[in-house]
Design a protein around this ligand. Sequence first.
Ligand SMILES: Cc1cc2nc3c(=O)[nH]c(=O)nc-3n(C[C@H](O)[C@H](O)[C@H](O)COP(=O)(O)OP(=O)(O)OC[C@H]3O[C@@H](n4cnc5c(N)ncnc54)[C@H](O)[C@@H]3O)c2cc1C
Length: 389
Amino acid sequence: MTMDFDPDDRELRIQRLARDLAVTQLAPLAAERDRTAAFPERELRALAQHGLLGVNVPATYGGAEAGMVAFSLAMQEIARADASVAVTMAVTNLVADVICRFGSEQQRRTYVPQITSGSAVAASFAVSESQAGSDLAAMTTTAVRTATGWRIDGAKQWITSGDRAGVIVLGAKTNPQAGKKGISAFIVAGGTPGMTAGKPEEKMGQRGSSTVPLVFDRCEVPADALLGKEGEGLPLVYAALEGGRIGIASLALGIGRAALDAATRYAQERVQFGAAIATFQAIQFLLADVATEHDAGHLLTMRAARGKDLGRMVTREAAMAKLFASEAAGRATDAAIQIMGASGYMRKNPVERLARDARVTRIYEGTSEVLRLVIARSLLEQQGKTIPE
Ligand SMILES: Cc1cc2nc3c(=O)[nH]c(=O)nc-3n(C[C@H](O)[C@H](O)[C@H](O)COP(=O)(O)OP(=O)(O)OC[C@H]3O[C@@H](n4cnc5c(N)ncnc54)[C@H](O)[C@@H]3O)c2cc1C
């Protein structure tokens, strides 16, 4: 089956818009946000104004209705300037997408415009718990039916924007005896009594994004807070992660591209032994490898994004894109530091931040190891063999 990876005019327009916004409004204060761990609220409002908090969301709900290729291109531009803003944007888009896909018309009309307009500030996707990271079926947060709706009890961990989000999609067990078939998804409005955010984590990178524990203590939500069908929360989470992984692959590509740009510039300016270090083949080879891996990651990501826009299942493609792009971003930022020598190792140099920002892309929304399992499972299933989950 043929597939055209080239962006069309509309996708290129979104990319340019994101690039302009990134260069003029995000890049100048990215280092400061990293230093102070300041949440990018003003920046998110700017993204909302330009349709970037619902790139793949239908216009009826305030989205740009531009698809996943446009989303990926926009994410890459935002991440080139500031990965903290990019991860907040990625999760917010994911939640808008998942409500559009699995929500009732009433849920779509109530929550999605709040997200796309920026009035919700951000959106959160709360599935991980202290004892349930890769193994989401081990979650212990429960949702029990009451006379008027559901009562949620438990604690989520490492939730991006959990203390800021106006809309939170949550996974909880509605039938703890049923294992992975006993998980359901819910939409909870920010500020609902019984839900409390803990102190933001002190992180190695992406410090301008907020990562918090969320505690649910007899948190009462109405009956229509259930998102999708009861007991079908885990397939919903996996479906959301398919798009989410395209977002994180794009984020990693943006970081890698920023590292390549900085290293290329520096190599042409830095003189040693009477010549620019860019004239040394050892430096050229580093740059060539980073550029090649960047393009390979980009093509993998475009394949997944275009496939999704065409309505195909892209579980394997999205996993490959995130696995490759996130590992390549680690190698790209490391090579950039090597090319810049001592100067690259200093706090005031942007590549030092890029290296810290890149690291977590191998961990969230599926670790590299879990992604390899996803890819291998899909390969083996295709060969007519099955492996136990
Ligand atoms: C900055 C940040 C933001 C995050 N944001 C969110 C968010 O918004 N919402 C949310 O729900 N979660 C979020 N997370 C949590 C993230 O999704 C989890 O950290 C991730 O799923 C991995 O879980 P874990 O950290 O518990 O690692 P574990 O699952 O404990 O894994 C530890 C190690 O064991 C490996 N491992 C685990 N199982 C296997 C296996 N079967 N085979 C081989 N190796 C295995 C892993 O790859 C890893 O190397 C965030 C995390 C971070 C760091």
